[in-house]
Structures are given as C-alpha cells and as structure tokens.
Design a protein around this ligand. Structure first.
Ligand SMILES: *Cc1c(COP(=O)(O)O)cnc(C)c1O
Length: 359
C-alpha cells in the first residue's frame, strides 16, 4: 500500500463556485489562479473554469507563462505587473494584461518600444489599503500618461480592499468613496472586488470581480452561508492505533496527557504535507465521516487523533483533515492563520482530481 494521503480536488465544486460568484457579481469574473490556484493546481483549474469565467489572474509573469505553456489562451492578468523591461516585452508578446501600480512600472511602459495598441493595462489606485497603487491625487496624471502611450490599447481602473471581510467595518465604504472621487469621469472599466468584496459589498460590484478564495470554497466572511462548496479535501488514513493509560503523555513535548483511557489513531500526514503544526489538541478532524479531534503535537510526517468515542474506527479508517466535513477556516483559526495560507501550503501529497481534467 502506498502512503494513503492526498489532496482531492473537486472540479465540479470549483465550477459551481465560479458560477455562483459570477451570478452574484453580475459583471465579468477573473478567476485568481496565483500560487498554483491556492494549492489546487493552476492548469487544471484553468481548464475546468474556461467556460465559467472571463479570464484569469496570477501574481507574476512566470505563473502566466506556465499557464500559456499549458495551453491556456484566455485573458490573463498579472496582479503584480512586470518587474523589468524584459518582462514587459514577454508580457506583451503573450498578450498578457498587466497591472501598473507604481511610477517605475509606468516609466517602463513609456520607454518601451512595443507595437501600437498591444497592451491592456489595469491601473491600480490605492484607495486606503496603503500597500500598492497610485495615491488618489496621482491617479489622473498616471491615467493621462498611459493614454498618451501608443502601446496602451485599453485601461481598466482598479483598487483593492483591505478589510472587505469585515461586514461591520466602515473601511470598505470609505475606500469606495475615495476611489469614486479620484476616478470620477476617467475613461475605462472598473474592478474593485476580491471574494469578500463581491460577497459582502454589493455596492462595490463593478465591471470585473477578481475572486480567489471563494472560488476554492473557503468562505471569506465569518459565518458565511453563501452556498460555496469546498474544492479541496485533504485526507489520509489511520495506519496504527494504541491505548494511552491515564497519565501517559503523547508525542513531542508530551503536550497531551491522557486523563482517562484514550484510544489514539496514528494518521499518515504531517506538517511537511502542509497540515499546520500550530493546530493544537482539539482541532476538528473527521474519521470515517464522524467528527473527532486531534491530540498532541502534529509531527512532520504524522499526527494523532482521538478514536476513543469511535469504536468502529481503526486501522484503515479514512481521515478528513479539511474538506466538506471539516471547514478549512476552522482549522486555520485553530492554527492562528487563514485558509489562504493552509491551502497554498499543501505539498508533498499527490493531488487527485475528481474528474479526468488534468493532463
Ligand atoms: C489575490 C488577489 C485577489 C483575490 O483575493 P481573494 O481574497 O482570494 O478573493 C484579488 N485582487 C488582488 C489584487 C489580489 O492580489
């Protein structure tokens, strides 16, 4: 038997989520496939989503070139833009769309010798996140300079929300207002929403949404209830078991000490596979479809779960670390992080697609 650990990717769930998000947004949808589609496999996800969205977004050139090499011909936006003149040439040659968010990128375009009308540019404005983007008072000048570049075929105005996942916070409406004031009257389509913006802030929907985490079925809004289906199931099996007597300590650091006779299942997955070491005793897992908890420290290649209340479970039992039964958001919360980080950190385990999409 090979090691029974895998990340199952349900491409039907991915399509369901994309259709739901596009329907809710109303406008067009860019599916964000950066970081290998948040750990789900960018090429397979792109193929599965071809009919369900209007283009894709990745962080940088190499991610886009990998998708082009895999045969993806759809519009592809570089969310970080290009880093130098050679990248700009390559992006133009591949027909990539590029974000321009700071002065040096603007100068690259102004000084490039590119064919006329060969570039689709997304001009990014900082409306309050204060990370990347032109300041509100710079955006008109940047827009005018780009319009004066013969290579620029189209301009889309974009911004990004810092706190769209907090429905009771007024940061998002303030960002919206800053964006509206700074871009009033400027030509071009608009794009503001990430997943949380799309789901929680209907007034922010514009021509294009850029959805990542919600596509993969992790609801970015606490409490959720948006009808998203988890795409990844991280799973393994129990491959050994033992009883702990009261007073016996389990695993590295002896962090879990049995207070009553405890039946422990040893599971063939660990932090080297991307399960978070920071998840403490009590983090939910499902064994043969029944919810139980982790016990003690997660090790590099294995971890331990509580089988005491599950007399029918034992060697060979299927363990879901996250998926339809165990919300990845809850595992993330227990580990002091977010679902994004857990999903894109999955490694070493094989990915298996729930249909024969990937080559
Ligand atoms: C990653 C990213 C997104 C997608 O964000 P989600 O929260 O995963 O939907 C959208 N826009 C930009 C600029 C991004 O970098």
């Amino acid at each position: 038997m090979t090691r029974p650990s895998e990340a199952r990717i349900d491409l039907d769930a991915l399509r369901h989520n994309a259709a739901l998000l596009r329907e809710r947004h109303g406008g067009r949808l860019l599916a964000v496939l950066k970081a290998d589609a948040y750990g789900h496999g960018a090429a397979a996800c792109a193929r599965a989503l071809q009919e369900r969205c209007d283009g894709f977004a990745v962080a940088f050139l190499d991610e886009a070139l990998a998708l082009r090499a895999a045969g993806v011909r759809a519009p592809l936006l570089l969310l970080e833009g290009v880093f130098d003149a050679a990248e700009l040439d390559a992006a133009a040659a591949q027909g990539l769309w590029i974000v321009v968010h700071h002065e040096a990128q603007l100068r690259l375009i102004e000084s490039a010798a590119l064919p006329p009308a060969s570039l689709a540019v997304w001009l990014k404005m900082d409306s309050g996140m204060h990370r990347a983007g032109f300041a509100p008072e710079q955006v008109r000048a940047a827009h005018a300079r780009l319009r004066a570049c013969g290579a620029v075929a189209s301009l889309t105005l974009m911004s990004h929300f810092a706190r769209a996942d907090e429905p009771d916070c007024d940061a998002t409406p303030r960002q919206l207002q800053v964006f509206e004031e700074a871009t009033a009257g400027l030509a071009g389509e608009r794009s503001l929403c990430n997943s949380a913006g799309l789901l929680a802030w209907p007034q922010a929907r514009r021509d294009w949404a850029r959805a990542g985490i919600a596509l993969y079925g992790a609801d970015p809004i606490p409490g959720g209830g948006h009808g998203l289906r988890p795409v990844m199931t991280l799973q393994s099996r129990v491959f050994a078991e033992r009883w702990l007597a009261p007073g016996e300590a389990l695993g590295y650091g002896g962090l879990f000490v049995a207070s009553a006779p405890t039946r422990v299942g040893l599971v063939a997955i660990g932090y080297a596979d991307g399960y978070p070491r920071a998840a403490a005793t009590g983090t939910p897992v499902a064994v043969d479809g029944r919810l139980t908890r982790t016990l003690g420290r997660v090790s590099m290649d294995m971890m331990t779960v509580d089988l005491t209340g599950l007399p029918d479970a034992g060697i060979g039992s299927r363990v879901e670390l996250w998926g339809p039964q165990v919300d990845v958001n809850e595992v993330a919360r227990r580990a002091g992080t977010i679902a994004y980080e857990l999903l894109c950190n999955v490694k070493r385990v094989p990915r298996r697609y729930a249909e024969a999409a990937p080559a």
